[in-house]
Design a binder for this molecule. Structure first.
Ligand code: ADP
Length: 282
């Protein structure tokens, strides 16, 4: 079953050229989808429409079967989608991290017990339990971002949308955030992220590539980043994941064909397999 259906979507700001042109794809329940594309390709516009902030000019978007064509549907979709905007930590405002995380669920008019349950669960997911009583300002940048994400998770969204979740974090913060996204996926959370990192995109179940307002590729990372697509990706200003570049480099240096391993784990696996096959393994 699809959580989000995007069919033939077009959108323009005022009378300018189209920011989105005939965009079609769907997001299945429990799936992790990465959206990549150079600046101006339409990524943020697409996220705004998926969140129900506006209706598309053409085509349709629905979340859990609810269309965003009308205001009423948009309101309903906004309640179902958790939107983690760029630098969400800038929106933290409460005295303590726990208060901040509880703010959203409390606003839903849930019982105190239910609010507590959701806040506890959100802290469990992001692993900031020991900082519950701290002021957001006492946290590191990475911890602040996790706190902001916990606030969105506490709303228990049908679909979690993140705009550049690792941008601006130090390497440790980035690693922790990637770990969180992997955990959320393990918990069956449906996840859509915009990212500039091809390495992050390679870890998703699916990659959707936008270029000049259109979808130019949509598939599993190994497919989208395959050799056949490489020239096209470069033409629209995108690279390939590092492990894949290493595989190409090894082949150029004389290694047997390694296929299209998009992640470091996939590269390790194919290297082990080829070393084993040639009988000179470790
Ligand atoms: P991305 O997120 O991939 O950088 P955007 O969705 O921000 O792409 O932009 C897509 C296109 O829409 C670009 O041509 C951009 O200039 C234009 N655009 C974005 N926001 C606005 C706006 N508020 N008003 C007018 N044009 C906009």
């Amino acid at each position: 079953p699809n959580v989000c259906e995007i069919r033939g979507v077009g959108y323009s700001y005022g009378r300018g050229k189209k920011a989105l042109d005939n965009v079609t794809f769907s997001v299945r329940r429990g799936e992790s989808v990465a959206i990549v594309g150079q600046t101006g390709s339409g990524k943020s516009t697409l996220l705004r429409l998926m969140c129900g902030l506006e209706a598309p000019d053409a085509g349709s978007i629905s979340v859990a079967g609810v269309s965003t064509a009308k205001k009423r549907g948009q309101r309903e979709v906004r309640r179902m989608v958790g939107y983690v905007m760029q630098h969400p930590e800038r929106q933290l405002f409460a005295q303590t991290v726990a208060e901040d995380v509880a703010f959203g669920p409390r606003n839903l008019g849930l019982s105190a017990d239910e609010v507590t349950r959701r806040v506890d669960h959100a802290f469990e997911l992001v692993g900031l339990g020991e900082k519950r009583g701290a002021s957001p300002f006492e946290l590191s940048g990475g911890q602040r971002r996790l706190a902001a994400i916990a606030g969105v998770l506490a709303m228990e969204p049908e679909l979690l949308i993140l705009d550049e979740p690792t941008a601006g974090l130090d390497p440790r913060g980035r690693a922790r955030l990637r770990e969180l996204l992997a955990d959320l996926r393990g918990h069956g959370v449906t996840l859509v992220q915009v990212t500039h990192s091809m390495d992050d995109a390679a870890r998703a179940d699916r990659v959707v590539v936008l270029d000049q307002s259109r979808v130019i590729a949509d598939g599993a990372p190994a497919e989208v980043f395959s050799r056949a697509n490489e020239a096209q990706l470069r033409a629209c200003g995108l690279g390939i994941p590092k492990p894949l570049a290493h595989a190409r480099g090894l082949e150029t240096a004389g290694h047997a064909p390694l296929g299209d391993p998009p992640t470091i784990e996939a590269l390790a696996k194919v290297l082990n397999a080829t070393e084993g096959a040639s009988g000179n393994g470790i």
